[in-house]
Design a protein around this ligand. Structure first.
Ligand SMILES: Nc1nc2c(ncn2[C@@H]2O[C@H](COP(=O)(O)OP(=O)(O)O)[C@@H](O)[C@H]2O)c(=O)[nH]1
Ligand SMILES: [Mg+2]
Length: 370
């Protein structure tokens, strides 16, 4: 963990009257952040690299309630516990100084993930508006969202939009004049909650809540190390690290995973209460269960092993043994009857088999993406 590991302006402690950064658009990749940014700002846009990185940030301006405010488009982020440079820049932008308002942009077709990100903003206690974009595609798929119910669950304004048609943009503008910090909070397993209680008095003053900072530190977010070092005395840092190590021993999975699990569980619960689907679009419960268990860090392993074994059986035993045996026999016969060289017959037959397998694979992938 080196000092250079942070891109946050560590030398500049937060002054209470510091100018706010304006309106910051955040969300997963490809949810329509840039389209909304365009709808809000028009054509006067500056693109620059975020200090110390090659990540590009677009800045423009808009007028809200007669006041000109900056609007910032950020790179896509699945979470504010960064795993990539893009995610880190977005997290740093949120932490460097308070925003006038955050716009959490989400894909209405992917409500679980949208809500999971919103819950992190609730945790950080940043004032925001949740924008459910791509409502056109959601409707086409028969997904209906009770956005008023979602708004009261989260405690913030929720605005459905179709950014490319500028639908909902006036409503978004009006919600942005009075953004709120969310009211509902993720409950973590008791051990985690206890660790949060012990760490919150030790984290620095910030416009981001102490609870969120405590969770970032507990999740082992090393990109925050420099920021913490610049603000927390050595003794307190050692105390924080002790709590973290103790908590690590309470779980088999990494703490980051434990924290994410709790967030997603709550996001799914909320989504299930506010979303309605046409019957044919509902996924089979077995499919949902398989989805979850196959990506689990522990239970995923036997599934992977079983899948590899099946592939081995298919390719090694059935493919090499049975098929090629038959191919060789067929090729031998053809060679005898028509004088075609055996390698040609085998090559053509192998190509046909590969094409069939590729088509099967493509069909399976397309089905999963749907
Ligand atoms: N159908 C539909 N497409 C959209 C909508 N908003 C954005 N898009 C498209 O989705 C893609 C990703 O949008 P973009 O703004 O680049 O997403 P970003 O990665 O979040 O900045 C682009 O092809 C957009 O034209 C929307 O509301 N409905
Ligand atoms: Mg973009």
């Amino acid at each position: 963990m080196s000092e250079a590991a942070t891109t946050l302006p560590v030398e500049r402690p937060q002054a209470p009257d510091e100018p706010r950064s304006g309106i910051v658009l955040v969300g997963q990749p490809n949810v329509g952040k840039s389209a909304l940014f365009g709808a809000l700002t028009g054509s006067y846009v500056t693109v620059s690299n975020y200090p110390g990185t090659t990540v590009e940030i677009a800045t423009g301006a808009t007028v809200l309630d007669g006041n000109k405010v900056a609007v910032i488009d950020t790179p896509g982020a699945h979470s504010f516990n960064p795993m990539s440079e893009d995610e880190r820049v977005t997290r740093d932008l949120l932490m460097a100084r308070p925003a006038e308002a955050v716009v959490a942009v989400g894909d209405a077709k992917d409500l679980d993930r949208t809500i999971a990100l919103a819950l992190q903003l609730n945790e950080m206690q940043l004032p925001y508006v949740l924008c459910l974009n791509m409502m056109d595609e959601a409707k086409q798929r028969g997904i209906g969202i009770d956005h008023a119910a979602l708004a009261s669950e989260l405690g913030v304004d929720v605005v459905p939009t179709v950014a490319i048609q500028r639908k909902g943009v006036p409503q978004l503008r009006s919600a942005l004049t009075a953004p709120r910090a969310g009211t509902i909070h993720v409950r973590y397993p008791a051990h985690v909650e206890h660790a949060i209680e012990r760490i919150t008095p030790l984290v620095p003053e910030s416009h981001v809540s102490a609870r969120a900072l405590a969770l970032m530190v507990l999740s082992g977010d090393e990109t925050l190390a420099g920021w913490i070092r610049a603000r927390v005395p050595a003794a307190a840092r050692a105390a924080i690290e002790d709590v973290r190590q103790e908590l690590r021993r309470d779980f088999r999975e990494p703490l980051r995973y434990v924290v994410n699990q709790a967030r997603y569980r709550m996001a799914r619960d909320i989504a299930s209460r506010v979303v309605s689907r046409r019957e044919q679009d509902r996924r089979h419960p077995l499919g949902e269960w398989l989805d979850r268990v196959t990506i689990h860090p522990l239970w995923g392993i036997p599934f992977l092993a079983a899948a590899l074994y099946l592939v081995y059986q298919f390719v090694g035993v059935l493919g090499a043994g049975v098929f090629f045996g038959a191919l060789e026999a067929g090729a031998g016969a053809m060679q005898r009857d028509a004088g075609i060289p055996a390698v040609w017959v085998i090559a053509v037959e192998a190509l046909v088999i590969l094409a069939v397998l590729a088509m099967l694979g493509a069909t399976l992938i397309a089905r999963r993406r749907r």
